[in-house]
Design a protein around this ligand. Structure first.
Ligand code: FEO
Ligand code: CA
Ligand code: CA
Length: 664
């Protein structure tokens, strides 16, 4: 990229404010009035219940949590509260339609895998289906479950692990990535109904790291997207590192490409943009580049630029081609959460999950119905913004357009392709790893998880920018080392942040607040947590159910929670978990604990809220460097528990035994 490759990126030491936090909290004290509760938190501030106040008007305060809290768990099993049941719906390797069954010894071929549920299922959406096979209705009898397959554990994927890596192994690893679509039907089982995967199904489909995808929007056809295999810069093979997701009012699925950089290798000197996005000689350990030059950046310099996008998929049309929507920018997209403005424009939120990266918003140029009537995607034309959070409790969405004075000389395509560098220049606020986002529609409030940031306020430099790590600020208020921060590192436990508008989602200014600083409220020595309820760390997936219940899923990393390495820092949290919070009171209550070393990620309910889908990812995953092909069971045998069985990521269905709403 010409105009801006030669400058240092992320020089935005934006607003690292220590001394205004007290003032900020005083403001909140006034705003919150009688909601303050007792307790001393970080920096000596009052611990407050971070309720979403207007949500209380829609829900009677404190009425959303009806279940009994469960304790933390270190058992290799999945636990839900009394009165609830959970069962596995689909696991890695199960066919999505009438394809081959999972082979317990992992001997399935790449062609098999391309017809089977991928590895490491992540973000998911349940789409209700009407009788005519179209999107909509109440989804009581029929629907589609669409879910991402984020990455592969290549040791588990093959009988002999990564030994003798060859093109067939690359092909299978690529086939285990992407997206899975299965048709679900509610069938009678005795006196009850149960959701089952329909096999065979017209809709059952896999989209993999090799599925042809189109490219639309400002970056389509740009020189930086052209490769030897695709001189048009508009036809990409596959989607990779599909983390979280979103869905549109017109019934499509958005799959988001997060850590795409890890598949590529660049041995020669990095360009500034490669450094900014983490394209390195080591990658994340994948061996694809050894058999496919597409992943060797020294051979194919523009291939990485074709990943890092939001990809739109029509799950109701199995013949449709996924489209990479470049107007939403290129970064490590965690997900893409859509809201409708009063006039019918769509607003899409997206976090860039890496230390000191940003939160983004896209607003379509016109109402989505009009754009679709004209044959245009609402995600192809509009404005991308990045968030700046000010210490006074207000914030602003800054437009990333060539008209911005700081982006003089940039084109819309360049901004789309090197979004991170554009955002650096306009003064965005570097955050503690933005993960999922969702919205409280009744109260015009967005909420994001900032999962953790071991480098916040720590000595050292950011490897992507070469700049010193940012200190604490008002929206990322924990970092070390300091007397009040838990020992060891920066923001260890993460937090949840809200922002609210006065009248509409399209407003460019907002008021922000911290919903909860995670940790263990019962810790003998305060760990800085400031909410009422059960301990949790590293919030990642969040989901606002139709009732307003806020579901929170955790991702305390595998090495911190494996049974051999579990340290005191994370002992209070046990295995990863899912909790429910009542936004009218801020209380957080533990609802589910997962098997050993899994991550809980992906959650959705049917429209009646009586069935919940929850993703269990990477049970038993060994710490990096401890991979052992001879012992694939490792730290977990979930969910099959047969002798020699590999642990498998799987999606479970949760129901309440009395048929009531989940969480009630
Ligand atoms: Fe794939 Fe940021 O989680
Ligand atoms: Ca995540
Ligand atoms: Ca995470």
């Amino acid at each position: 990229m010409e105009s801006h490759e030669d400058r240092i990126s992320n020089d935005s030491g934006n607003d690292t404010i220590h001394d205004v936090i007290a003032a900020r909290l005083s403001r909140r004290d006034v705003l919150r009035g009688g909601l303050a509760v007792a307790g001393a938190g970080l920096l000596g501030m009052d611990a407050l219940v971070r309720a979403v106040p207007a949500e209380a008007k829609a829900n009677r305060p404190g009425r959303l949590l009806g279940f009994e809290s469960i304790p933390i768990s270190t058992a290799d099993t999945l636990v839900v509260p009394p009165g609830y049941s959970a069962r596995v719906l689909i696991a890695w390797g199960d066919p999505v339609s009438d394809g081959p069954a999972f082979a317990q010894d992992a001997s399935n071929t790449a062609a098999d895998q391309a017809q089977q549920w991928g590895m490491n299922n992540d973000g998911l959406v349940f789409f209700p289906m009407k009788g005519n096979g179209k999107y909509g209705g109440k989804g009581k009898r029929r629907g589609l479950l669409v879910q991402n397959h984020e990455y592969t554990d290549d040791v588990l994927l093959f009988p002999d692990g990564t030994e003798g890596w060859d093109a067939a192994k690359t092909a299978k690893s690529i086939a285990a990535h992407g997206v899975g679509i299965v048709e679900l039907a509610s069938v009678k089982v005795g006196r009850r109904r149960e959701w089952r995967v329909v096999r065979p199904s017209y809709y059952g489909r896999r989209i993999t790291g090799a599925t042809p995808c189109g490219v639309t929007g400002p970056a389509a056809g740009h020189a930086l997207l052209k490769t030897s295999a695709d001189p048009t810069g508009t036809h990409v093979l596959g989607t990779l590192n599909n983390c979280a997701m979103g869905w549109t009012p017109w019934g499509t699925y958005l799959t988001c490409e997060e850590n795409f950089n890890g598949y590529f290798r660049k041995v020669g000197p990095q360009t500034p943009m490669e450094r900014r996005y983490g394209i390195t000689a080591a990658g994340f350990g994948y061996l694809w580049h050894t058999t496919d030059t597409r992943f060797s950046v020294d051979d194919e310099p523009n291939e990485p630029n074709r990943f890092g996008w939001v990809v739109e998929i029509d799950p109701f049309d199995p013949t449709s081609t996924p489209q990479k929507r470049t107007a939403l920018g290129r970064f490590k997209h965690e997900g893409a959460w859509v809201q409708q403005a009063r006039d019918g424009r769509v607003v899409v939120y997206s976090g860039d999950d890496e230390q000191f990266e940003y939160i983004y918003r896209f607003v379509s140029a016109e109402p989505w119905r009009r754009m679709r009537r004209l044959g245009e995607s609402p995600l192809d034309r509009g404005t991308l913004y990045v968030a700046r959070f000010d210490s006074n409790g207000l914030g602003e969405w800054i437009p990333l357009t060539p008209e911005h004075p700081a982006l003089a000389g940039w084109t819309a395509a360049q901004i789309a392709i090197d979004t991170r560098s554009a955002a650096d220049l306009v003064g965005a606020t570097p955050m503690d790893r933005p993960e999922w986002i969702d919205t409280f529609p009744r109260t015009l409030t967005g909420i994001a998880t900032l999962t953790n940031n071991s480098a916040r306020g720590m000595p050292g430099t950011n490897p992507r920018t070469g700049l010193p790590n940012a200190g604490i600020d008002a929206t990322n208020p924990r970092g070390g080392p300091s007397a009040t921060n838990p020992p060891g590192s920066g923001n260890q436990y993460g937090h949840l942040l809200t922002w609210s508008y006065r009248r509409d989602w399209t407003e460019n200014t907002f008021r922000w607040d911290i919903y909860a600083l995670a940790g263990n409220p019962a810790a003998a020595v305060s760990d800085g947590s400031n909410f009422t309820g059960d301990a949790f760390g590293s919030p990642d997936g969040i989901y606002v159910a139709p009732s307003g219940r806020l579901w929170i899923q955790t991702d305390v990393s595998g090495s911190a929670i494996n049974p051999e390495a579990r340290g005191a820092t994370y002992a209070a949290f046990g295995n990863n978990q899912m909790l429910c919070s009542d936004p009218t009171t801020g209380e957080v209550r533990r609802f589910l604990t997962g098997p050993n070393v899994c991550e809980i990620t992906g959650v959705f309910v049917t429209p009646d809220e009586r069935t919940m889908f929850v993703g269990i990812q990477h049970p038993g995953e060994a710490p990096v460097g401890a991979n052992d092909a001879a012992n694939p069971k490792r730290y977990s045998a979930w969910p099959d528990f047969d002798a020699g069985q590999r642990p498998r990521s799987a999606t479970v269905i949760i129901t309440k035994d009395d048929g009531g709403p989940i969480g009630s």
